[in-house]
Design a protein around this ligand. Structure first.
Ligand code: SAM
Length: 237
């Protein structure tokens, strides 16, 4: 019952994005020049000291660590948190940890839902930095970093968990289709498959985009909050 309420909330969030014009059909470019100058804007407001500590670390990473880390824009990070918290995610899987920026946004949700993040990174230096960032944000106990090639490591996840609530693809773009095939059977009905850079790098991920837009078990929207673009696919019940 609780899960269905949360899933309805998630669909509501997606519907709201569509209503305010942030969700657009596949193939349509983001609005030139970004959001209208008079569009409403908001900033994250910490509810308590623990949330403030995490947001402060994210701000610091935003200002001082972005170079070479290929992090999602802040607004996309906020979207990841809202979606994960809305579906009451207990298990989030991320492909492409980098220094942990998007992972920490997920952790803002997971500390409320009692969930865990499983995040995959092939680069040892970035994985080390991510470990440090998770620790200083105080969320390291919520996170398992799996170091190595996610194409080889992800198929082993089914031996550890029996279902996944949210998947976020943000690594090698031509590998998205392989990740989707591996993870989709593990995503629970009512779960979400999210993918980054769907507007920017649509060419490299064509088979993935075709797969998420032609599968009747999925409801897929494209949310071009920033030029990169995020796809949001609900695995229907
Ligand atoms: C776009 S960055 C991820 C950014 C991160 N999600 C964030 O917003 O903070 C992509 C990351 O995927 C990693 N990567 C690329 N191919 C990979 C693979 N086959 N397995 C695991 N990680 C991979 C890269 O090393 C890089 O750190």
């Amino acid at each position: 019952m609780r899960q269905s309420v949360l899933a309805v909330a998630a669909v509501g969030v997606v519907g709201l994005l569509a209503y305010v014009g942030l969700a657009q059909p596949y193939g349509r470019p983001p609005r030139p020049g970004g959001p209208r100058a008079d569009a409403p804007a908001s900033s994250p407001l910490p509810k308590d000291d623990a949330e403030k500590k995490i947001l402060d670390v994210l701000d610091d990473m935003d200002r001082n660590q972005r170079r070479g880390m290929l992090n999602v824009p802040k607004e996309d990070g906020r979207l990841l948190r809202v979606l994960a918290e809305s579906v009451g995610a207990k298990r989030v899987v991320e492909i492409g940890t980098s220094n942990g920026y998007s992972g920490i946004w997920f952790c803002l949700a997971l500390r409320q839902t009692g969930g865990k993040l499983y995040t995959y990174e092939i680069d040892a230096g970035r994985a080390k930095l991510a470990r440090e960032n998770f620790k200083r944000a105080g969320v390291d106990e919520l996170v398992t970093i799996i170091e190595g090639d996610a194409h080889k490591e992800l198929p082993k996840l089914k031996d550890t968990v029996d279902s996944v609530d949210v998947v976020f693809l943000d690594a090698d773009k031509d590998g998205y289709i392989d990740y989707l095939k591996t993870i989709l059977p593990l995503v629970r009905p009512g779960g979400l498959i999210l993918a980054h850079n769907v507007a920017q790098q649509a060419g490299s991920m064509k088979p993935f985009l075709e797969a998420i837009t032609s599968n009747k078990d999925l409801e897929t929207l494209f949310v071009h909050m920033q030029a990169a673009g995020v796809s949001v696919s609900l695995k229907k019940r």
